[in-house]
Every structure is written in C-alpha cells, then in structure tokens.
Design a binder for this molecule. Structure first.
Ligand code: FES
Length: 346
C-alpha cells in the first residue's frame, strides 16, 4: 500500500461539522450502544470529509475523535488505512481511477495518461481547483472495466475519449451523468441481451422449471459416457455402476430372436453350464446389471474369461442381440473382464 500522509498545513486549525450534518451524525450514532459509539468512526469520517471539501484535515479527524470519545491515533489509523479517505486537498471533482488488473487489462493505463494530461500529477489539484485524481485499487465494478469514481459516482466502460470528454465537461462546470459509457444497461451485454431471451421464460408458460438447458452434453447417457471414457476410463468407472447396470437391463428386449452369424458377427462361444457349477458374478463388470447378467447366462456366458476372449465379431453379435449400439466397447467390458478373470484365477 502506498504511504499516505496528510497535509498538516492546508487543514488550518479548526473544523466544524455543518449544521445539516448533525442529523446524519445522530442517525449513525443511534445505530450503536453508547459504550460502542466508536463503531461509527467510518461514517463520521465520511461525513467530516464531505463537510471539509472532500478531504480530511487533522482538525477534522480530531473532531471525529472527540465526538466518539476515542483516542485521536485510532481515528488517524482508520483514515490513513482506507483510500476512500483523502488526506490532502482535492479538486471539486476528485477522480479515483481504478488501476487493478481487470481495469488495467481494459485500458486503465491509457486513462491514467488522460488524467495526467488533463489534470496533472496524482493528488495535484489543477489550476482552476476543479479537478484532481489518484489511482486506487479495485472499486468492485470490474464487469464494467475500465472505470473511475468521481466524488460519489461511478463512470464505467470508459475509453480515453469518453474520459477526456467527462473531464473537459467537469472542468467547465458541466455536470456529467454517471453510469456506463457504452451501449449497455448496467452490466448487461453490450448491444442486446445474449441469454435468457426466450419470452416463455418470463410469461409463465414454462410449467415447472426449465426442461432442457442449452449447451448441455448430448442427452443420451451413452454418448456422455463415451466422451468421459475417451478422456479418462476411470471416470467411467467412477460413474454410478448401479445407474449403468439399470440402463443396460432396461435395454434387454424380451423374446428377441437370436441373430444369425454372418461375416461381421458371430455368436460368442457358449457353455452349457457354469464351470465347477459356479458362475462368476458378471455384475462386477460396470454396466452389467442383474437382468443382463441373467440374459448372458441364458446365452451360455457365465464367466469373465469367456467375455475376455470376445473379439470384434462376438462383440458385434452381442451388440446386435441386445441392441446395445456399441455399449460393450464404450463400457469397456473386455478390459474389465480381463482384469476380473485374472483376479478370479489368482
Ligand atoms: S479492477 Fe477495476 S473495478 Fe475491479
């Protein structure tokens, strides 16, 4: 933080709040118990600054300390910490120019050049006494960067031209309406709204919430799984095994005739019964649920090692029979079966 020193000379020896400020002081003091009235130090300093031509002199800070019955040094600490309090005389319009990253990336450095050429050095009041400026940290209007605060108001989405015009007007005593200086409403997109444009969203015709959002992945779960699996197979594994198995079960059509073998598909080799009378727990393969396991058993497929040996043609046959459209590969049945068969052996 920059070193901030106040101007001892310029402040004179006395300070008095304006009469009309007394009500505001009472309002702020009324917010705190008598024993905690020093909590009002920031609003009282703010009021003192306004009554002192936009900056805090030493007598003004002493007056605040007296009103709040707190040591002067405590008031001084607050006033020198917050850049909202100015410690030197300022122009009638004091420009606080945000130089923090978002504003800097959007041209704040060029705006500083405008201030230097139109006003002078930071904290130097110009000849007419109408303008002064300083650089401050983020003022919380980054969406409208670059921006400045002039006295109590924000001037946003500035360019060198628009800031120069504002300063010229203020220098000539012409008031300038605050707000954005481009074609947008507050922080809305420039030009026209880009999202939430469907009138149905606002006329009550959408029954319960929004049924489909734009830009979601393909609604088909298998397509989503494929993209996930392509990136990281572990992600597929981490998906709810139960949900996958349920989806697979739902895909099994009852009473469907067995497909004929042809040059692109071949029925997987079948066993008449499980080896040693005990089938493997096929549901351990992510994507196979109880119904599908039963279906595979009815096809003579009881063991991981059987599935582990399937080639393209066997996979095509199973895909065809179970209307899977590639699920065996997408769900990586074969690598899973190889791993599980290895474990079953050991
Ligand atoms: S960075 Fe300038 S307002 Fe936030």
């Amino acid at each position: 933080m920059a070193v901030r020193r106040f101007d001892l000379e310029a402040g004179g020896d006395t300070f008095e709040f304006l009469n009309e400020t007394e009500d505001k002081i009472s309002f702020w003091l009324g917010k705190y118990p008598e024993t905690k009235k020093r909590s009002a130090v920031i609003p009282l300093l703010w009021l003192a600054q306004k009554d002192n031509g936009g900056w805090l002199s030493e007598p003004a800070m002493r007056e605040v300390a007296e009103r709040l019955e707190m040591p002067y040094i405590r008031v001084y600490e607050v006033a020198t910490f917050y850049t909202m309090f100015r410690l030197k005389p300022v122009g009638k319009s004091h420009v606080q120019l945000c130089g923090t990253t978002p504003c800097m990336l959007r041209g704040a450095n060029d705006l500083k050049d405008v201030c230097r050429s139109k006003i002078g050095k930071p904290f130097q009041v110009n000849e007419s006494g109408r303008l002064s400026w300083e650089e401050v940290e983020c003022l919380g209007a980054c969406a409208n960067a670059p921006m400045v605060q002039i006295n109590d108001y924000y001037y946003e989405d500035l360019t060198t031209d628009s800031l120069a015009e504002i300063l010229d007007k203020l220098e000539n005593g012409v008031a300038v309406e605050p707000g954005t200086f481009v074609d947008r409403q507050t922080s809305a997109p420039q030009g026209e709204a880009m999202t939430l444009k469907d009138p149905a969203l606002f006329d009550g015709s959408v029954p319960k919430g929004i049924s489909a959002l734009p830009n979601l992945p393909d609604e088909k779960p298998e397509t989503q799984l494929k993209s996930l699996g392509d990136v990281n197979p572990k992600v597929v594994k981490a998906k709810s095994v139960k949900a996958e198995a349920k989806a697979a079960d739902a895909a099994v059509e009852e009473g469907k005739p067995l497909p004929e073998d042809n040059e692109s598909r071949q029925r997987p080799e079948a066993l008449s019964e499980p080896e040693k009378g005990e089938p493997d727990h096929l549901e351990s393969i992510s994507g196979i649920g109880p119904v599908l396991a039963g279906k595979l058993n009815s096809l003579g497929i009881f063991h991981f090692h059987q599935i582990a040996t399937w080639g393209e043609k066997e996979i095509a046959w199973i895909d065809d029979y179970l209307s899977f459209k590639g699920r065996v590969e997408r769900e990586r049945w074969i690598p899973q079966a190889i791993e599980l068969a290895g474990k079953a052996k050991s």
